[in-house]
Design a protein around this ligand. Sequence first.
Ligand SMILES: [Zn+2]
Length: 384
Amino acid sequence: MIDPYGGRLVERELPEAARARRDAERGHLVTVHPPIDQLYDAEKIGIGAYSPLEGFMDAETVRSVAATGRLPNGLPWSIPIHFPVPPGTPSASSVRAGDEVGLLDGQDRLIAVLHVEETFPIDRRALARATYGTDDPAHPNVADLLAGGETAWAGPVDLVHRLLPPWERDEPTPAETRAEFSRRGWSRVAAYQCRNPPHTAHEYIQRLTLEREDVDGLLIHPVVGRLKKGDYRPEVILQAYDALVRHYYPADRVLMSPLTITMRYGGPKAALFLAIVRRNYGCGVYIVGRDQAGVGKYYDPYACHRVFDAFDIGVLPVRYEESFFCRRCGWMASGRTCVHPASERAETSQSRIREALASGAPLPPEILRPEVAEVLRRPNVTIV
Ligand SMILES: [Zn+2]
């Protein structure tokens, strides 16, 4: 199995005794309530999903990532993982290097302790341009960045408690997915990044990957972080995938598990970041479809393919063009395998599927498996 990024899996989850001590002594900590995105990041650092990061980035590292796409040691890294101090935090201005800050969730559970080694100002617009190629506040991550603090705290993170998922399903750590892959005898695992229920074009590239003789198994790893209006609820995405896996895939070749991080719609940089994260979970192969991690018209839909030529992260990218069901071919296809005009292609866009679901119109199996459609036709599947 591929080794973790940087060679070693970071594990900063405190053992039981240290956890109890932290809880007992939390009255001595400065505490803050960061946005959920930053708690996800703290948790992912703690369980090693962001190896080799041991904590939130310092000024030099943020500068290096923004300017060169690499950590100061030269390892490719495309998305800054820094900790903007939440605006309006009363005690924030008193925090200095050497202090410890407790990060609390909405229920005041102590999620992590940040050992502050540096405080530094963030040029939010410049960072947005360097990371997302734009400072347009219509870009969701740029909006977050501009709304966040102008000062950052950097330093190692100790994970005290895992976040409580809003659904009844465990989220395995990188150590746990690696152990599960070993138990199944998988050494070469492909990761599939997604954030929506599966339609046939998704299934097609998953199947093509499973057909490869150099792939033992597939990790379907939906990003189900912070939600916005109109998104499918995480449990719906997971149930839709459950239905697909149960009815159509060999159970011993596919594993599905949620990944709670905030989706960075950074096009190529986000694709690279998401692949690095999957390497930590044990995946040496990474599926890259068209316009992965894109939003609006900010990115060339195939820049997410080319970025893997510019930066070697040790993961084999398996790149696919846009696929579709062609009525003339009577098959799933892409521009590489089908000669027919667009009018012959069944459109599988999420907007088309949502319209059909909303109106009760039938969705042909060429677009959506009936067992998946059944899940999506239940009430309250999206965030209102
Ligand atoms: Zn065709």
